[in-house]
Design a protein around this ligand. Structure first.
Ligand code: NI
Length: 192
């Protein structure tokens, strides 16, 4: 089932999410819904708070970035469900890339992040997995993990630049933004 994606301005996106319990009811159908919702919106990642659930869980599929000769090889098979992820060993070396977010349609901004990291998480079958990531896979994981800590792209950009985005961000909260997937706008009278 496709669920509406919560737009910027909704308090759930600002909250620190709670750990997922192993006996969480209907976890596998929730994960199915997250995949369906992410693919319907042409996203490469979706975190549970983005569908209004304050849980430490996200899905990611970087394979669109792995295609073609210039593709990022680390993304080719990068399809993951990460439950209660913990990031560690962030590299000192960083790079800058433009990022977008399904909760902030129409906005793309450069974000500086470490290029390598380790991540420990439970997979969908509750196996504890540890892996080292770099390139776009590392970036996607950092972006999605940010959602679990209540952080989004605007939190990564300088205050002066954020001020310039203020009107656009307000419009997104009001639902005054063209979008071709199902969304829920916090300040709109009609639900999108
Ligand atoms: Ni996002």
């Amino acid at each position: 089932m496709i669920r509406p994606i919560v737009a910027y301005g909704d308090p759930v996106l600002k909250k620190e999410a709670e750990d997922v319990e192993q006996n969480h009811p209907d976890l596998s159908s929730l994960i199915d819904d997250m995949w369906e919702t992410m693919y319907a919106a042409d996203g490469v990642g979706l975190a549970a708070p983005q569908i209004g659930l304050s849980l430490r869980l996200f899905v990611a599929d970087g394979s669109p970035f792995g295609e073609g000769e210039d593709g990022d090889p680390g993304c080719r098979d990068f399809k993951r469900v990460m439950i209660n992820p913990v990031l560690f060993d962030m590299s000192e070396e960083e790079n800058v890339m433009e990022e977008g977010c399904l909760s902030i349609p129409g906005i793309r901004e450069p974000v500086t992040r470490p290029i390598k990291l380790g991540v420990e998480y439970f997979d969908q079958d509750w196996n504890l997995v540890e892996e080292q990531l770099d390139g776009l896979a590392a970036r996607i994981v950092q972006h999605e993990n940010d959602h679990l800590d209540g952080l989004m792209i605007p939190d990564h950009i300088p205050a002066a630049k954020r001020l310039l985005l203020h009107g656009k961000l307000r419009d997104i909260g009001l639902g005054k933004v063209p979008v071709d997937y199902k969304m829920r706008f916090p300040k709109s009278k009609k639900r999108g």
